[in-house]
Design a protein around this ligand. Structure first.
Ligand SMILES: [Mg+2]
Length: 384
């Protein structure tokens, strides 16, 4: 879906170009990371939240997230839930969220099954048979768009749609193989290589797609994140003026935000580690960093690079070759550290990104501490 026009982008309320006297002021700096004087809930009207690795991991909520989302709603932020997981219906997702103590309506959920079905309904007449490799969510989404989900290649499907479900196995892949070889259009809801679980990353839809791609030699169209369609549909549905993407994956959530021109926050509650962030190419660089969704509720410090030195709150980073040297420094203007303890990571990312603006060097960064506080900070981030 590379034929989509590029969205013109969005500005947070109270950004540098915003209304004077606003509670929140964003300052753009060359590192790519931005500061925000008030809580992010005061600068953005709609949070577009990824689910797996952001709101929950496996069946359970990320600790503290239900309370943080309730507080964000109280502060006037609207929430939408945008997931590449096509296994379940929006009703089932909303029900699961409600069980976890998160207020959610099915209308606030956008899943990749809906977006794939929308894509197919734009191309095939109502009633067309579409082979499903996936779960209930895909059958319902196809039905909502007037298409007919089928389970066998003998029904001469015009298309094959493939999305994550724990029930996908060899038999479903075999039906898909037959239909694709017969000329059916193949659409994957997403290409996430893994899904987060309490046991660590497990094979995601992209891994199952890779098996079928290996077997057929055909490359599918992928309609989920990072394709801009999902976030664009969410913006249209919610009427967001200043949306903020909240995600845990660089190559889907953050790349999808970049593609549609939205600001984003990368949270560390899912699949991304601090070390991954340092080498992120420009389209994988988030506007803000947080440990989890509670990062919506506080201000974010500026990250400023001058020459070889990048500063963020009580931390400074110097860059030499491919080495980042972290040191603690006196509190500037009595500023207190951000409560999530991620200011050292903000400084390190700002330094690494400013030193390689094009993201052309993918070799790893070495992180070095210059005092005991920075040594502890690097250990806490698994960088030391
Ligand atoms: Mg995720």
């Amino acid at each position: 879906m590379t034929d989509e026009s590029v969205h013109e982008g969005f500005a947070p309320r109270g950004s540098a170009a915003g209304t004077a006297g606003s509670a929140a002021t964003a300052v753009t700096v060359a590192t790519g990371l931005r500061g925000h004087l008030g809580p992010l809930t005061t600068g953005y009207d709609v949070a577009m939240l990824d689910l797996d690795g952001v709101v929950y991991v496996g069946a359970d909520a990320v600790p503290g997230v239900p309370e943080a989302l309730a507080e964000a709603r109280r502060e006037g932020m609207r929430l939408t839930f945008v997931t590449n997981n096509a296994a379940r219906t929006t009703d089932a997702v909303a029900h699961h969220l409600t069980e976890l103590g998160i207020e959610a309506d099915a209308d606030e959920v956008v899943n990749s099954a809906q977006v794939a079905a929308h894509y197919l309904s734009d191309r095939f007449p109502a009633g067309s048979p579409v082979l499903v490799i996936g779960g209930e969510g895909l059958f319902v989404a196809l039905g909502d768009r007037g298409l007919r989900g089928v389970s066998s290649a003998t029904e001469s499907p015009v298309a094959v749609v493939q999305g994550y479900s724990p029930d996908v196995g060899w038999a479903m892949l075999a039906e898909g193989s037959v239909a694709i070889r017969a000329g059916a259009l193949w659409v994957a809801t997403n290409l996430d290589s893994t899904v987060p679980s309490p046991r660590g990353p497990l094979p995601g839809n992209g891994s199952m797609v890779a098996a079928l791609r290996h077997a057929t030699g055909v490359v599918p169209i992928a309609t989920g994140k990072p394709d801009p369609t999902m976030h664009r549909e969410t913006v249209e549905r919610s009427g967001a003026r200043a949306p903020l993407v909240v995600g845990d994956r660089l190559d889907t959530d953050i790349e999808g935000a970049s593609a549609v021109g939205c600001d984003s926050i990368l949270v560390l509650s899912g699949v991304t580690n601090p070390i991954d962030l340092l080498t992120a190419p420009p389209h994988h660089r988030a506007t803000y960093l947080g440990r989890d969704v509670s990062a919506l509720l506080f201000a974010h410090p500026d990250v400023v690079t001058v020459g070889d030195t990048t500063e963020c709150a009580q931390w400074a980073v110097e860059v030499h070759d491919r080495t980042l040297t972290l040191r603690s420094r006196a509190s500037p203007d009595g500023e207190s550290p951000t409560e999530d303890g991620l200011d050292p990571l903000r400084a390190l990312c700002g330094a690494a990104w400013a030193a390689d603006p094009g993201g052309t060097d993918s070799s790893p960064w070495a992180c070095v501490a210059s005092d005991s506080a920075s040594s502890q900070a690097l250990k806490d981030l698994d960088l030391g």
